[in-house]
Design a protein around this ligand. Structure first.
Ligand code: WNU
Length: 165
């Protein structure tokens, strides 16, 4: 059986790796990454992390609902679906796996959830970050913040293209 300490360390290193990956999307030098990782902030985030477990078919997020959490997949897979004008059934948009994240749009654009997130594998684990810690995490990296803002605007445009409701 895993101790709390071991679990803490596991998520700590997962998050560190993860933040470095996210920074990889943006224009940040490797030097910046090595010099700039704020261990204390990271430790604080890990302390406040919740882990949630889901089974295949479970809704993690429902479109139209209010949302105050950000998710990072640490195990398993989810699918993203969305209601469109074209059909009665929500349409599948994409699949997300380990290291992918979701739920940032409602937090960044101060809006309701804009798509469904449905668990696609039994025993899926998500790290759950609340709004306060999300702001801490994203606020730490200006490049990450502007990257996410741009990405969220891009999501809105693709929503329009598929005539999302
Ligand atoms: C999409 N349209 C919309 C995804 C995850 C992270 C990034 C894409 Cl940076 P929310 C529902 C969530 C939403 C997004 C996620 O679903 N999502 C999309 C789309 O085409 N949402 N509207 N693709 S996967 C994804 C980019 O995270 O955040 O809080 O809840 O609205």
């Amino acid at each position: 059986r895993q101790t709390t300490q071991a679990r803490h360390e596991e998520y700590f290193s997962f998050l560190r790796r993860y933040l470095m990956l996210m920074k990889g999307f943006t224009v940040v030098s490797f030097q910046d990454i090595m010099n700039g990782l704020p261990e204390q902030k990271l430790a604080k985030i890990v302390d406040c992390l919740e882990v949630d477990y889901f089974e295949k078919g479970e809704y993690i997020i429902r479109e139209g609902e209010e949302g105050n959490t950000f998710f990072i997949i640490s195990k398993g897979e989810v699918i993203v679906t969305q209601s469109t004008e074209a059909s009665a059934e929500p349409q599948e948009i994409k699949t997300l796996g380990v290291g992918d994240y979701f739920g940032e749009k409602a937090l960044i654009s101060e809006d309701v959830r804009s798509a469904n997130i449905i668990c696609n594998k039994n025993g899926t684990h998500c790290l759950v970050v609340d709004r306060e810690n999300f702001n801490q995490m994203v606020g730490t990296y200006e490049e990450l913040q502007s990257y996410l803002k741009e990405y969220v605007e891009e999501l809105s445009r693709s929503d329009e293209r598929r005539n999302a409701l």
